[in-house]
Design a protein around this ligand. Sequence first.
Ligand SMILES: [Zn+2]
Length: 419
Amino acid sequence: MTGLKNILEKGLEVRILKLGFIPSFVQGVGLVLLLIIFVGCSTKKETVQEPVVTETEHIVKKDENLEVILNNILSPQSAIEILNILTYADFPFRKCLPGDSIRVLKENGNFIKLTYRQTLTRKYFVFKNDEHLFVAMKYPYIDTVTCFLKGEVNSTLYESLLKTGETPVLVFRYADIFAWEIDFVTETQNGDSFYMFFEKTFCDSNFVEYLNIIATGYKGEIGEYHGIYYYDPDGNEDYYNLKGESLRKSLLKSPLRFSYISSYFSKRRFHPILKVWRPHHGLDYAAPIGTPVSSIGHGVVTYKGWRGGYGNLVEIRHKNSIKTRYGHLSRFAKGLYKGKRVKMGELIGYVGSTGLSTGPHLHFELHRNGVSINPLKVKIPRAPSVKKKYFSDFEQYRDSLLKYIEDLSEPVGEEISKE
Ligand SMILES: [Zn+2]
């Protein structure tokens, strides 16, 4: 154990709190491991004792819990002690997820140190020194960077955005903001331009995630669009156009993100299985089995289960006497039950081919006042605009933001090159 002491005394940025304290800060962990092993080797020459240092790593699998894992790697006594100290440290046991890594270091079979790497940004350590257990948590260096991205469409918007070096996640989020304004499949053209002002975080210089898209725009033959993220003092947040109108509607356009409609709403359609003419009171979206299906609006689940030709069906009641049905599902979302409140865009199930169905697709119905109507013909109102009392605040924010973006867009050095 002297190795560990040495390291602590060498002034690495290590602060350890005893049992029961809030986890603290540890850095230079890789170094800690290496030095322990090194100390182990260096004693070899003295031939006094030859501590055998072993390290085992376990990657958490689905439905495994920490208690079982620790009991497999450690003695029952050590396992209990470690579980206790982790409990003291408010270790988020419930968040043990597949892929988490647990490394245990032993010296002569005795526990020295446990490293639990939960995510890229979170690590826990338990180590033993002079028969005392210590727990620590590493808070890595997280950096938030504001980025500005501007470009022109020269193939599809999707590809053009990816060419800027960002990931599809950002592209989807961009497309989601304008989902009600622009059809990115049919309405965009080469030469159109886009911009995005957003934040992303890095952990020890590794990209972690995108935060907010602060403002974004699109300009082309179809017009000029801006989306400005704004939250008012009451806590309402949304993307608004320059007039302060929400870019969202009260219902989503479609329960699936990427798919095409394979059968439209009609009063008369030849049913492919029943071989009779029947009205088709909904839309069919062709999509592979397992494609996530989301509720198109906030609402309450009024049916979840098997229902005749629908196969696995979810029915949701929304405001304004609107009801939606999602049929032929292969399975339901985890934790979905009758009576559950769901949000707009929340996962409710997966595309399948259950019930009277010729192949994988989602059968989607929209009812108003108990009558099925064509979802494509429903005029769906916008979500609420910026409140009147906050409008001047919004205007001020909008103008300063646009001015800032304009300055950023100004090509650096252009004036010099003109000379
Ligand atoms: Zn159908």
